[in-house]
Design a protein around this ligand. Structure first.
Ligand code: OAD
Length: 243
């Protein structure tokens, strides 16, 4: 893929960049994207039916086991060239914010610093009763109990029907408002409020760049649509930038 020279020239003068990533950036690590079919025992469930407070209330063990399986996949795999290219991009840009919908924690693991995890982190658990306890994954009972109030512990992720952490979404909006360039990478752009960040950035003067295998609902509104694998396009883009 040839990266347009106008894009490289623009980025070379840019001081504020915001990046939004979705499951597609971790696909080349071997993790399934959110809307891919599940395999094995889990094929009969839709993620949308497991990632809810109602599902956890109904069958805590089922939901805990599903997250344990997903967490194992995350710990067995590693960040890929796309994650590492974003670490390098951060080092080149004075104000760089990486907003992710992914719960795998790979951006921080790769070395990115200014990361906003909109949907939480699958490596952590928190008290289901909201008594404030957050800790790393506990492999005891399924699910284990809160050490403070004895309620169930649950994955520290945002479920369907739950609000996003206010400080995180506020910081993401600020980054989108201030951005001179906004990247939407490996996301189908279907879920709010992440989906509208690109439009916020654009309305405030940013150019919008999409990196995705396929066109998405955002594609007609972007300045540059780069179709292909993020693990290939991002390293190439960074290489061109430092040339
Ligand atoms: P999706 O599974 O909806 O979309 C993944 C996107 O990545 C698709 O548009 C693919 O075309 C693209 N893609 C796949 N492989 C790629 C690659 N190697 N390089 C570039 N692009 C690639 O995942 P998300 O958009 O992340 O929320 O889904 C967003 C949210 O929807 C999830 O965080 C989840 C769900 O509701 C919650 O759980 C709260």
């Amino acid at each position: 893929m040839k990266i347009p020279i106008e894009l490289i020239n623009y980025l070379k003068k840019t001081t504020h960049i915001a990046v939004l990533t979705g499951a597609g950036i971790s696909a080349e690590s071997g993790l399934k994207t959110f809307r891919d079919a599940q395999d094995g025992h889990w094929a009969k469930y839709r993620p949308e039916d497991l990632a809810t407070p109602e599902a956890f209330t109904r069958d805590p063990k089922l939901v805990w086991d599903w997250y344990a399986m997903r967490r194992n996949k995350v710990t067995e795999a590693t960040p890929n060239a796309g994650h590492f290219a974003l670490v390098e991009l951060e080092s080149l840009i004075p104000n760089f914010t990486l907003i992710t919908q992914n719960v795998d924690g790979y951006h921080r693991q790769a070395g990115s610093k200014n990361v906003l995890e909109l949907h939480g982190n699958i490596q952590k658990v928190k008290c289901y009763d909201g008594c404030g306890v957050v800790e790393s994954w506990n492999t005891g009972d399924t699910p284990p109990h809160c050490p403070k109030c004895n309620a169930y512990l649950r994955p520290d992720v945002v479920w369907f029907g739950e609000s996003l952490p206010l400080d995180t979404i506020t910081a993401a909006h600020k980054a989108a408002l201030e951005a001179q360039a906004f990247f939407s990478i490996g996301t189908s752009g279907l879920v709010e409020p992440a989906a509208s960040l690109a439009h916020t950035a654009r309305q405030n003067g940013a150019i919008v760049i999409e990196i995705n295998l396929d066109p998405t609902p955002l594609t007609p509104h972007v300045d540059f649509a780069l179709h292909g694998k993020s693990g290939e396009i991002l390293p190439q883009l960074v290489k061109e930038l430092i040339k």
